[in-house]
Ligand binder design. Sequence first.
Ligand SMILES: [Fe+2]
Ligand SMILES: [Fe+2]
Length: 298
Amino acid sequence: MATIVETKLKQERLLRIIEDELQDLPPLPAVVMRVMQTINDPTTSASDLNRLIAGDQALASKVLRLVNSSYYGFPRRISTITHAVVILGFNTVRNLTTSLGVFNAFDAQGRQTALDRDGFWAHSLASATAAGVIARRKGIVAKSIEEVFVGGLLHDIGKLFLDQYFPDQYAITLKLARAAKISVWDAEKTALGVGHALVGKRVAEKWNLPPSLTSMITLHHQPAFAKDHFEITAVVHAADRVARKVGLGNGGDELVPPLAPEVQQWLNLPPAVWESIEAETCQKFDDGKEFLKVAQGG
Ligand SMILES: [Fe+2]
Ligand SMILES: [Fe+2]
């Protein structure tokens, strides 16, 4: 009994420290915040977006490297942001910018931590790729296909926060997941008293990420609770599983969890379709490797 009380007290203390660190989390660069805000402003034009992004040279050149990477595979060079918006669309360029902002925010320190960052980002990219494949198969609207890609890329950002700001505790958490053969999410709840989905929610709120993206981050392990954004959250939940099943990347554990029944019911795909989704994910993942390299500043 005493141990349970002690563990609870320890977790409460840790939760308070996590809250404090979340308060101190540096904001996303102002330009990234402004680009995200254009989502809610229907009067924003392509040239407004161009002006915003081109105002930050480092960001603009990264966006251009991404749109010229083999991931998009355009035969001719895209040399301006305006051109990129015309070719790729407003949403793609805006989503790329958001993703780059988040990638950079967690990549600054470059020190060795317990979470294998390369494996982590590969898992994220595989989930993003799978999310796009599933969304297209399900025939959901183009804007949502864009959204689920970013959702897949960023769904586990809570892990990055915990790994970066609480490296010792997170090392123990990952060890527990491996030793007990449980998911990282379960190990976090046991060792830290809070899972990465909830921590991701707090990070998303702090950075004013759009509600749809916040839903995919917060509820990717519990899609049944995603009221307004069930479909995109369900896609990211299923995509996370596909990434694990095909063994692309590593999010800290090697388990392949079952598909949530609500998602299974909504997607309603026969085994042969799942197999082709898995095959297409593996195929497209290779094209995405350059995307990762550029996004990570390589
Ligand atoms: Fe997760
Ligand atoms: Fe994941």
